[in-house]
Design a protein around this ligand. Structure first.
Ligand code: NDP
Length: 444
């Protein structure tokens, strides 16, 4: 495929590309412009919509008791320059303004040189949990002495991942002390660290963890309670960051340096106040979950791990950090555990997931994690900049008016007409939208 990522980048200007003013185009025009810019090929145009639909024969085998499919809008996050490469990021979400905010944040970051992302390793953790283990410290040594045997058993249970260059990379033991307040006994927990290559790896790791349960019972003399993946993917941390000249931040009559300092303060309050941190992180998850869902990955697995990571200090804190560097630039960073895949699970079955990965240029799993993390940071940066300047509502008004017009029953051109009238009138609520729609229909 002849992607135009590098052309956009080297040509330097997404604004003069066919993608310029993407948001103003009709859906058909957007699809045409994606082809002109080289993100999809002609063969996709004719069956573009079918690419996203889920055939009954597939959905009926994905989950149980299927009666239909539940659709969400799929949009593209624009302007993403990540590790010097251009991306259009597929985002599936029901929430208005999320995609616009991510694209707006990415546009400013792009002007400052784009996002940098890193994910050093990508190991999934499998847990075998045992109880009634006598002398746990001695048993820990014994388990580690059986390292080779345990690895061999785990690999024998899923040999194909070893052939792909993955498999068990380490084994560790954690002793969880009894807790009288929680009325819990002592647990002996064996961790398997597994490189699952391009797969998220839940089934691979579950299979391996279950395969060593019996051996661990014999080694420790304890009783195995379960063998299962942990979604707290602390060995698959990904970081996205950017650095911006404050002159790029001025807004609504405020100097760039003032906006910069306010963003840093907004980051500080989210670090120390859980009430603010939860909403701050919700904004990050607006981007992360939309991209995780659009690429066919497991939103529950990623969310559970990410929120646990936000609590790693014992208090729920903001996941992103902003500070001013020695040159007066604003630096934004986001680190999250992100174990997502490019194969396996529903990715290999859902035609939409295959298509969205294609739009991203069929990245490998580490690159995909970097892209998703960058979307979370763009979303967060955009929200903070709005919050500390104009406030969040101003940007939301147009979309809220549209949503009210549609709820009132407006269809087709009526949606734009009624939402425009609604924004000029007071109060902006459903009753008013219904009244304006009735008046419009009576006049036309
Ligand atoms: P799969 O069970 O689909 O396993 C991955 C598949 O991808 C394997 O069949 C593997 O083939 C194939 N594959 C092809 N190329 C590669 C490659 N380069 N690297 C790795 N694998 C490759 O998926 P996962 O194990 O990833 O499990 C993910 C699914 O499990 C998700 O749907 C998730 O929702 C679900 N799940 C999640 C849980 C959790 O999060 N706690 C618990 C249980 C399930 P081969 O076998 O030939 O190697």
């Amino acid at each position: 495929m002849d992607y135009k990522f590098n052309n956009l980048h080297n040509g330097g200007n997404i604004m003069t590309s066919p993608l310029d003013k993407f948001y103003k185009k009709s859906i058909n025009e957007r699809i045409e412009s994606l082809m002109s810019a080289g993100f999809i090929e002609h063969e996709h145009i004719s069956n573009f919509k079918q690419s996203f639909s889920l055939p009954e024969g597939v959905s009926n085998h994905m989950v149980e008791n299927v009666v239909g499919t539940y659709q969400l809008p799929l949009g593209l996050g624009m302007n993403f320059l990540i590790n010097s490469k251009d991306y259009l990021v597929p985002m599936a979400t029901e929430e208005p303004s999320v995609i616009a905010a991510a694209s707006f944040g990415a546009k400013t970051v792009r002007a400052g040189g784009g996002f940098t992302t890193t994910q050093e390793k990508r190991w999934m953790i499998g847990q075998v949990i045992l109880k009634n283990v006598e002398d746990p410290e001695a048993m820990k040594e014994k388990v580690l002495a059986h390292y080779d045997d345990l690895v061999e058993r785990a690999h024998a249970a899923h040999p194909s991942i070893v052939k792909r260059g993955g498999g068990v990379k380490d084994i560790d033991v954690r002793i969880i002390e009894s807790n009288p307040e929680e009325h819990t006994p002592e647990f002996f927990v064996v961790h398997l660290y597994v490189d699952t290559k391009e797969a998220m790896g839940a089934n691979i790791v579950n299979t391996m963890a279950e395969a060593i349960k019996d051996a661990l019972e014999i080694i420790t003399g304890g009783t195995a309670l379960m063998g299962i993946l942990s979604n707290y993917a602390t060995e698959a941390l990904v970081t996205a960051s950017f650095r911006l000249d404050p002159s790029l931040l001025s807004r609504s009559g405020l100097e760039g340096t003032e906006v910069r300092d306010r963003i840093v303060e907004a980051s500080q309050i989210a670090s120390v106040d859980p009430y603010r941190a939860v909403t701050h992180n919700k904004g990050i998850m607006n981007g992360v979950e939309a991209a995780v869902l659009a690429t066919g990955n497991d939103t529950r697995a990623t969310s559970a791990g990410i929120h646990a990571y936000a609590s790693q200090s014992g208090q729920y804190r903001s996941l992103s950090k902003y500070y001013v560097d020695e040159h007066g630039y604003l630096v934004g960073t986001l680190t999250i555990p992100l174990a997502i895949g490019t194969v396996g699970g529903s990715i290999s079955i859902h035609p939409g997931a295959q298509f969205t990965q294609h739009i991203l240029g069929d990245p490998d799993a580490k690159t995909l994690a970097g892209i998703v993390c960058a979307v979370g940071l763009a979303q967060n940066f955009s929200a903070l900049r709005a919050l500390v300047t104009d406030g969040i509502q101003r940007g939301h008004m147009a979309l809220q008016a549209k949503s009210l017009a549609m709820t009132a029953g407006a269809v087709g051109v009526e949606i734009d007409v009624i939402s425009r009238k609604l924004r000029r009138s007071q109060p902006m609520n459903l009753t008013q939208a219904e009244a304006l729609l009735e008046e419009y229909r009576n006049q036309s």
